[in-house]
Ligand binder design. Sequence first.
Ligand SMILES: *[C@@H]1O[C@H](CO)[C@@H](O)[C@H](O)[C@H]1NC(C)=O
Ligand SMILES: *[C@@H]1O[C@H](CO)[C@@H](O)[C@H](O)[C@H]1NC(C)=O
Length: 494
Amino acid sequence: MAERNPPFRCIISRSSLFCMLAIATFLFLFSWLSVLRSTSRPHFVDHSSLPNSKLFAVVEDGNSQPRNQDNIQPSIPKMSVSVDYEEEGPQVKELMKYNQNKVVLKVFMYDLSPEFHFGLLNWKPEGGSVWPDIKTKIPDYPGGLNLQHSIEYWLTLDLLSSTFPDSKGGRSAVRVHNSSEADVIFVPFFSSVSYNRYSRLQPHEKKNRNQLLQEKLVKFLTAQEEWKRSGGHDHIIMAHHPNSLLDARMMLWPAMFILADFGRYPPNIANVEKDVIAPYKHIIKTFVNDSSGFDDRQTLLYFQGAIYRKDGGFVRQELFYLLKDEKDVHFAFGSVSGDGINIASKGMHSSKFCLNIAGDTPSSNRLFDAIASHCVPVIISDEIELPYEDVLDYSEFCVFVRTSDAVQKNFLIKLIRSIKKEEWTQKWKRLKEIEKFFEFQYPSQEDDAVQMIWQAVARKVPSVRLKLHKSKRFSRHKGSRRKFNAITVPRNFG
Ligand SMILES: *[C@@H]1O[C@H](CO)[C@@H](O)[C@H](O)[C@H]1NC(C)=O
Ligand SMILES: *[C@@H]1O[C@H](CO)[C@@H](O)[C@H](O)[C@H]1NC(C)=O
C-alpha cells in the first residue's frame, strides 16, 4: 500500500478517462521535448567548436529566452561563454593585434670591446665609450657584397637607438641595462664582417684576427654571469655569413643564432626550432613606384649568378643547358658587383620571373634581390629555410620547384609559361605588399627587416623560457635530497 505512484492512483480514481488523457498528453510532451533536445544538440556541438560562426550565435540568441525550462541542458553554460566570445570577437582580435605590436622584446646588450663590432669598421673609440655616438655620426659598414650579411650592423644600431627619447613607434625591441629584466641577451659581435675582412692570415701570424676574436668571445661569454645562469640559451648571436663564427659556433651552440641558412651547420648546433633565419640585404635597387605589369616585363625568366663547383653548380649547369635556347630567358653566369648591379637591376626589373637556384649554400641574396625587384621568385632549393616563414606564406608570391623536377626536360619552362597574367599579377601585387619585411635601414621602420627579425626572436622566447625553467627543476639541491619546501604553495591559496 505504500507504493502510491501516479498511474496507480489514476486507475482507482473515478474519472479514469481524464487521467488517461493526462498521461497521453504527458507522454506526448515528453517525447516532443526529447526530439527538440536531440535535434538541438548538434548545434551546441557545432557551435562550441566553431566559435566564429555568426549563424549559430543568432540561433542561440533567438532560442535562449523562450527555452528557459531547458536549463538542465549541460552545454548551456558553455554556449553562453561562446556567445560572449562571439560578440567580443572583433575587439579581442583588435586587442591582440594591438598587443602584438606593443609587446616589446627587452634586450640586454653586452658592452663588448669595440674590437668586436664598430672597431671592425675602423671606428676609433673616443672618451672611453664602447659605442659610437650615433646621434652625431654613424660609422659606415663596408659596401659591395659585404652588405648582404650586414644584419649585425642594423640590429645593433637599432638597439643603440632604442632608448632615444624621440624613438619612433612600431618598435619591437628595446635595450635594457639590467640583464635580470631582459628577455634575451644580445652579443654584438659583427661576425660576418670579421670573416669577410679579417680571416686572411697576415705574415708571421699563426691565427688570423677573425679566429682570435672568436676565441676571445668564447672566453668572455662563458665567464659572464648571464651566460652561466642560462647556460647561454637566452643569448642571441649573429652569424649571417655562412662561414662566420666557424670556430666559436661549436662552443656557443646553446645560444640562439641568427643565420642565413643551416647549410654549413650540423643539426645539433643550429636548427629551425632554436634559431632564426634572417634575410640578406638585397644588392639590387628597390623598384620604387613600380607600375610595370605583366606585359611590360619583356624577359620571362631571369638568372644571373656564379657557377659553383659543388652540388649546386651541377643544377645550375643542367638548367643552363635546358633553358639556353629559350628566346625570352636570360641566363648568365658571373656574380654581380660594381656596374653589374645597375645592369642586373635593369634586368630583374624587366623580368616576370627570377630564378633562385641553390648554390653551395641553400640560400642566396638573389631571392631578396628578386623581391625588391617584384620579379616573382622561382625557388629551386630543396633545403632552403626562409625568414619568418611561420608568419609569412611564401607560396603567395613565389613559385617553388623541386630540384628533381626542375632538371627534367621542359618541366620548368612549361610550368612557368603556364602561369598566366592573372596569377602572375596577384603574386606581383603581394610582392609589393611584403617587400618592406626585407628592407634593412637606419632608422628602422615599423615591420621592416630589423623589426621582423626582433619579432621572430620574440616568438622564440617562450621556448627559451621553457628550457631555462626545466633546467632549474633540480638546481636547488645537490643529490637526491627530498625537500618539500622546494615546491612552494601560495600561502593565500583558499
Ligand atoms: C635588476 O633587476 C632585478 C630584477 O628586477 C632586481 O632585483 C635588481 O635589483 C636589479 N638590479 C639593479 C642594479 O637595478
Ligand atoms: C614615387 O612616387 C612618389 C609619389 O608619386 C614621388 O613623390 C616619388 O618621387 C616617386 N619616386 C621615384 C623614385 O620615382
